[in-house]
Ligand binder design. Structure first.
Ligand SMILES: [Mn+2]
Length: 342
């Protein structure tokens, strides 16, 4: 138990070997995961903007077609310019950020370099198998943005208002507005430091969280309409078919966050959103409430992530995948020992 008298919990310290590997490199390829979220883009953008100050040449591996409509704001705001396959061919280091599994790296067109260039792997996913030559995995960190902030400080980089805005967006999104169990004292402290460094908080939060297109807004009503609750009130889920997505001019990556709809029901321990993102592939977004970890559930179906927030992808139609997952999820929530709600 932490008491008022004790020292406040410190943000995670950067291992010296991580700083050394970055200092020794000259041309550094930056990469994150497929379907990049705000934390991934923020981590990429902040390092891309900061590394030239140290005399480095950073190259962004970011197939722009993979960025969701709302998050394209971050790309424009920070002036991020993706590299070509030619640019990264002669890099001497890869910095992988926020990527739980090597096969989730957003490698489109750049696969070849992964086999021969050493990787620094920085992440906060509990399931990260440490696929880099150097690994800094802190599953107690709120976000990779939190780790990137500590890294840039350790390397002596200036936290400009643009870098602060990006990293704040990553922290804010991964903690869901500083409201989840990963909203730790270090996360809040770094949020405070980013605000002091000039993070444009209302602007970036409006663009990321209060800027649905008409189509996305309509899709939200589909997610509400398709939400079901289990008999014991512990599981809520919703489904979105490819037809429902495309009819509103949206893509699957525009609605990942809408698992928050079934999650918002009182008493829910587990929420799931089933999204048919492409024909024959269903994305599963799992969220745990009331201290419940959904990681084991996601791993059972070949996925991974964090304790309170995990994902998986499965082959099959929506009907087949929900038919397979829901009985397992129902049994899982039925077996949970939960404190009664006050
Ligand atoms: Mn993250």
């Amino acid at each position: 138990m932490t008491t008022c008298a004790g020292a406040p919990p410190a943000p995670p310290a950067v291992p010296a070997e991580i700083c050394d590997a970055l200092r020794a490199a000259q041309h550094i390829a930056l990469i994150s995961h497929v379907n990049p979220d705000a934390d991934a883009l923020a981590s990429l953008g902040a390092t891309w903007l900061a590394l030239p100050e140290l005399g480095k040449y950073p190259y962004l591996i970011l197939p722009t077609g993979t960025v969701s409509r709302q998050l394209q704001y971050l790309v424009r705001f920070a002036g991020l310019r993706p590299a070509t396959a030619q640019d990264v061919r002669d890099c001497d280091l890869i910095l992988a950020l926020d990527t739980a599994k090597e096969k989730r790296l957003n490698t489109e067109g750049h696969l070849e370099i992964l086999t021969r260039i050493p990787v620094v792997n920085i992440d906060h996913h509990a399931t990260n198998p440490r696929f880099g030559r150097w690994n800094w995995i802190v599953d107690s960190a709120s976000s990779t943005s939190e780790l990137v902030y500590m890294l840039l400080k350790a390397l002596g980089c200036q936290i400009t208002p643009t870098i602060a805005t990006l990293l704040y967006a990553g922290l804010h999104t991964d903690t869901q507005g500083f409201s989840l169990s990963n909203t730790t004292p270090p996360a809040l402290r770094i949020g405070h430091e980013l605000a002091l460094a000039g993070a444009r908080i209302p602007e970036v939060c409006e663009r990321l969280h209060r800027s649905h297109s008409r189509g996305e807004f309509e899709l939200l009503s589909v997610v509400y309409r398709n939400t079901h609750i289990s008999g014991d009130g512990r599981l809520a889920w919703s489904t979105v078919s490819l037809d429902e997505i495309t009819a509103r001019g949206c893509s699957a990556s525009d609605i990942d966050a809408q698992v928050e709809v079934p999650r918002s029901i009182e008493g829910i321990a587990v929420a799931i959103l089933f999204t048919e993102g492409e024909p024959g592939i269903v994305r599963l977004n799992f969220r745990g409430e009331r201290g419940v970890s959904v990681l084991e559930l996601a791993e059972k179906f070949g996925g991974g992530g964090h304790h309170a927030s995990a994902g998986a992808r499965m082959k099959g139609t929506l009907a087949k995948v929900t038919g397979e997952i829901l009985p397992v999820a129902q049994a899982f929530v039925a077996g949970l020992k939960l404190e009664p709600l006050e």
